[in-house]
Design a protein around this ligand. Structure first.
Ligand code: BEZ
Length: 222
């Protein structure tokens, strides 16, 4: 039965949200015991998938593994998760290597109890199954959730977009800029919105109608 709106306001469903500390957990993975806090000092993509041995998940895992050098270059670790058992994860990883010649090197969390999935809001109560949806949590080196996405089981994620978001977050942090639609690394970024009327007036005087899109001229002028 769906939760009443008043009930949701009093007891919001658990979920990790943007700019909140990512909830700590410890779990068994295909690479041994892992704690979320082990990743402090690095960026982390924590991502869930609906089930091992399924076509879309397999395509995502192969693409993520093939992109690990690009994630490494950004100082970003990968950590998968599903409600399957550790033994299923191990068998699936071996199957992927046998069939596709790709060795999945990043750890995959076992979450049979669904404790982590529920903590992070990876299981959506209205969904037909208790499988995790395709969530991705972008966690910064201080352990804060900086972005998140949820896709349904039927839609595979784009690894290129995941890399783009990590790049955009790092660009924004490093230079106090924002990244417009379709931004790619190397493109011009824009200044964040003005904080008061006088700053808006200053930008309008300098740039006219185009002030909305005040391009950060160099990476250091913002
Ligand atoms: C898949 O990964 O192929 C998949 C998993 C669950 C539902 C639909 C597709």
């Amino acid at each position: 039965m769906p939760q009443a709106v008043t009930d949701i306001a009093i007891n919001p469903p658990p979920s990790a949200r943007i700019d909140e500390l990512a909830p700590e957990f410890e779990a068994r993975t295909t690479r041994g015991l892992v704690r979320l806090s082990d990743y402090r000092g690095r960026w982390l993509l924590l991502f869930s998938h609906p089930a091992d041995f399924t076509p879309v998940c397999t395509s995502e895992f192969i693409a993520l593994q093939r992109a690990t050098e690009q994630f490494d270059a950004l100082g970003c670790a990968l950590l998968g998760l599903s409600v399957d058992s550790l033994y299923a994860h191990i068998a699936w990883v071996r199957d992927i290597e046998t069939r596709f010649g790709v060795r999945i090197a990043f750890p995959i969390v076992e979450d049979i109890s669904m404790a982590i999935s529920r903590l992070y809001g990876m299981i959506h109560d209205g969904s037909a199954t208790t499988a995790t949806v395709r969530s991705v949590f972008f966690i910064d080196p201080e352990g804060y959730v900086r972005s998140l996405i949820h896709y349904p089981a039927t839609v595979g994620r784009s690894v290129d977009e995941l890399l783009r978001v990590v790049n955009a977050l790092q660009e924004s942090d490093a230079h106090n800029v924002a990244t417009p639609e379709g931004w790619r690394p190397g493109d011009a970024a824009v200044l964040p919105p003005p904080l008061d009327q006088s700053e808006a007036d200053r930008r309008e005087a300098a740039q006219g109608a185009a002030w909305y899109y005040t391009v950060a001229q160099s990476r250091h002028d913002a």
